[in-house]
Write a protein that binds this ligand. Structure first.
Ligand code: HEC
Length: 351
């Protein structure tokens, strides 16, 4: 998918599940100067589709039309930190115009930060998942490592940027982000690296939807994700031990599984509702529930999804006292309940 955005053309991939189940769409934003085709994001899209969730993954242009792949360090950097959030908003509006009004956000690294800034403009956002978000300490650490990577202190580069007469004409710097010997606009350097570093956790008060935070246990960018978000109001904080910042290899699957479970649990009744899966699970129920009901076991074909979900909840909480059904209800996860609800709702009412 392409989208005109000022003078720039933005790129994204839209992946729809075979059975459209989750009524919403996950909008996925990558981290600093990465791209939509990186391993983690492709795994996310694939796995989300597998569990019935549509997704749109976009590449942040960094002012480069139809940018593909990792940022080309030969191109002078002209983008500003706030630009990424504007592109998130542009894609969110595009999704709404396409008729998707239930949007969840999934961001990796600084992509989570861009999404956090965009979330309010995109309301209602049903949920957010942040994977290895950059914390204040992570930002500070990156500045400290600058000298090690590029041979001068970050303050020296910031001071050179501040001294430039024309803030919009790129100057040479020994490095920026992962690029060595690069040209960049003084205003770009200044906006990213002057003043106090602002981690993603500080933006949490502005977010009204439930937030899932996934920390990578072996993240060498943000090492303190779980601590930084502890009192942030996040609905859930998970750590995937041994995962690196990019959730390489199998860790992408682990992360995706946590994300899809979370999305299914915070969007009641709109979870992973694949009726075919429901039919498969319903075999377990047919030993007692038969069409028309029998011997004290009520019929459940044609049952309304809302009533079904409530009934199951009431067995778990013992508001309805039935040991057999309590066991059944307790054994079912969110995705299974949604699939069963979708299946039984489709069946004919018994006479
Ligand atoms: C061991 C037998 C048994 C099995 C297996 C069983 N149920 Fe039940 N179910 C019952 C009985 C008995 C009741 C009525 C309990 C009561 O009085 O509340 C019931 C009630 C229900 C109700 C409430 C219906 C209403 O009209 O209020 C729902 C919904 C339900 N079952 C769903 C399921 C689903 C879904 C499965 C399979 C995943 C399942 N049951 C498997 C025995 C069973």
């Amino acid at each position: 998918v392409t989208l005109g955005h000022g003078d720039t053309v933005l790129l994204a991939d839209f992946v729809a599940p075979e059975t459209a189940a989750f009524r919403g769409v996950a909008l996925i934003t990558h981290g600093t100067l990465a791209h939509k085709d990186m391993e983690l994001i492709e795994a996310l899209q694939e796995n989300l589709a597998y569990v019935g969730i549509a997704s749109l993954a976009h590449t942040i242009s960094a002012n480069v039309s139809e940018r593909r792949g990792i940022y080309d360090c030969a191109v002078p950097m002209t983008h500003m930190p706030g630009d990424a959030a504007k592109e998130v908003v542009a894609w969110g509006k595009w999704l709404k115009a396409e008729g998707h009004d239930t949007i969840a956000l999934i961001g990796h690294g600084r992509g989570a930060r861009a999404q956090a800034s965009a979330a309010r403009t995109l309301e209602p956002v049903v949920a957010m998942a942040m994977l290895a978000p950059m914390t204040t300490q992570g930002e500070r650490r990156e500045r400290a490592l600058y000298a090690e990577r590029f041979g001068i202190d970050i303050e020296t580069s910031v001071a050179r940027a501040a001294a430039a007469d024309d803030k919009a004409t790129p100057i040479s710097v020994p490095g920026l982000f992962f690029c060595k010997d690069i040209e960049a606009r003084p205003e770009t350097i200044h906006a990213y690296f002057a003043g106090d570093p602002i981690g993603t956790e500080t933006l949490m008060p502005a977010i009204s939807s439930p937030v899932l935070v996934i920390a990578a246990g072996a993240d060498d960018f943000s090492e303190d994700v779980a601590e930084a978000f502890r009192d942030s109001g996040a609905a859930d904080i998970r750590t995937i031990e041994s995962a690196d910042h990019l959730f390489s290899d199998f860790f992408a699957d682990d992360a995706t599984e946590i994300v899809s479970d979370f999305l299914a649990s915070v969007v009641p009744g709109e979870g992973i509702a694949d009726p075919d899966y429901g039919e498969y699970l319903a075999q377990e129920c047919s030993s007692c529930h038969v069409a028309g009901g029998s011997g004290g076991v009520p019929p459940i074909d044609g049952i309304a999804p809302g009533y079904f979900r409530l009934a199951m909840e009431e067995y778990v909480t013992k508001f309805r006292d039935n040991a057999a059904m309590e066991n059944v209800a307790r054994s079912l996860g969110e995705g299974e309940l949604a699939a069963l609800a979708a299946w039984f709702a489709k069946q004919q009412h018994a006479e």
